[in-house]
Design a protein around this ligand. Structure first.
Ligand SMILES: Nc1ncnc2c1ncn2[C@@H]1O[C@H](COP(=O)(O)OP(=O)(O)O)[C@@H](O)[C@H]1O
Ligand SMILES: [Mg+2]
Length: 357
């Protein structure tokens, strides 16, 4: 699925804009505060229903306006056209596909897989494991249909066990067994996914960073060769004191190291950006391999933290994924030479978008 046309009204400083996009490379340039990130925000809202900057969608509506509306014409790989609409008004979010309401985030995510590389992407390396779990699960969700229902089942049984811990009820063993059954499946899905991601990640890291000593290791959240229910039973008293379940897939993580030392200690910001990009692009490729459908990758401020040589390597890897790309930069001179590509080019100034021809 790619986005053919997007119409945006009242998204941050964008009063009204319409962009006709290519299924390959699309470039948006503009000075600081012109509206580049605001445009990407609109793409992201359309694909996820959420803002990447704020949990309060009210801040995304243009000041003094009542509603934010985004409309897109999508093109499926089979060449069919679909219409997707997003509106946020008076605290309510409304999403429609060809006029019918879309009720779940999962349905929307399957429809329009959107990935993002921006300044917040560094959180993947700098911050705690929850960002990395989200990243991992985004990938698994898109290639393994059973992942989401199993994950829901796990979360439900963990909630029940946590409640049982506090009330000392008999049923706790039942919930521990339930947790163990779904935990084993979740672990298999995640483990398998990381195994498929590994070679793509390493190849991109080699190409962009020129090194072979960065490792990615998946941690299950417990010693996965022990059935989770045994571990939970052993730790019941401790968990009771804490009031929650300490072990399980809710604790999973991906650990990145260079030379055995945490990547955040050993890599420059530019190198971290390339590492995160290698991950995101590896996911884009797996998505394409598994579903035959390209996703859309948004890259805000591509040249930030990167010299010309590395920026050009990143662009090369981006183009090789076959995804639809929407890339922003301050000036066209910041962009690497893209020789045989004829991208769609837009310039934004004070929130007004013009196609550059
Ligand atoms: N809700 C809003 N209403 C109107 N303007 C906004 C809103 N939120 C942010 N802005 C403004 O939009 C402008 C463009 O921001 P942004 O898209 O982040 O610029 P950039 O081109 O540097 O990425 C900024 O001046 C910002 O203050
Ligand atoms: Mg910006």
């Amino acid at each position: 699925m790619s986005i053919e046309i997007i119409k945006i009204s009242h998204c941050r400083n964008i009063q009204s804009a319409q962009l006709t996009l290519k299924s390959g490379l699309n470039i948006i340039t503009g000075a600081n505060a012109s509206g580049k990130t605001s445009l990407l925000e609109a793409f992201n809202l359309l694909g996820t229903g959420r803002s990447f900057r704020t949990s309060r969608l009210n801040h995304v509506i243009q000041s003094e306006q009542e509603a934010l509306t985004i409309f897109a014409q999508l093109r499926t790989t089979a060449g069919l056209s679909q219409k997707l609409g997003f509106q946020y008004k008076q605290g309510k979010r409304l999403l429609r596909l060809d006029g019918n309401p879309i009720r779940s985030g999962a349905e929307l995510a399957h429809l329009l897989p959107i990935q993002l590389i921006n300044q917040q992407s560094f959180d993947l390396i700098d911050q705690g494991p929850s960002q990395r779990r989200k990243f991992l699960d985004w990938g698994v969700f898109h290639v393994e249909q059973s992942f989401y229902p199993v994950w829901q089942r796990y979360m439900r049984s963990m909630k029940q066990r946590n409640a049982a811990l506090r009330q000392s009820v008999q049923q706790i063993e039942h919930w521990e067994l339930e947790m163990a059954t779904s935990a084993a499946l979740l672990h298999d899905y995640r483990n398998q996914y990381v195994k498929s991601l590994q070679p793509l990640f390493s190849a991109s890291v080699r190409e962009m960073l020129g090194c072979d000593d960065i490792t990615m290791q998946y941690r299950a959240g417990w010693e996965a060769d022990i059935p989770l229910n045994e571990l939970l039973a052993k730790n019941r008293d401790k968990d009771r004191e804490l009031g929650y379940s300490r072990y399980g897939p809710q604790r999973a993580d991906l650990v990145f190291k260079r030379d055995g030392v945490a990547a955040r200690e050993r890599l420059s910001r530019g190198q971290q950006k390339l590492l995160v990009s290698a991950l995101v692009l590896g996911q884009a490729q797996l998505l394409m391999n598994a579903t035959g459908k390209p996703g859309t990758v948004l890259i805000d401020d591509i040249s930030a933290e990167l010299d010309a040589g590395h920026c050009s390597k990143l662009m090369k890897v981006l183009l090789a994924t076959g995804s639809q790309l929407v890339v922003t930069a301050i000036t066209p001179e910041q962009l690497p030479d893209i020789k045989d590509q004829i991208p769609a080019m837009f310039h934004v100034k004070h929130g007004e978008v013009k196609e550059v021809v």
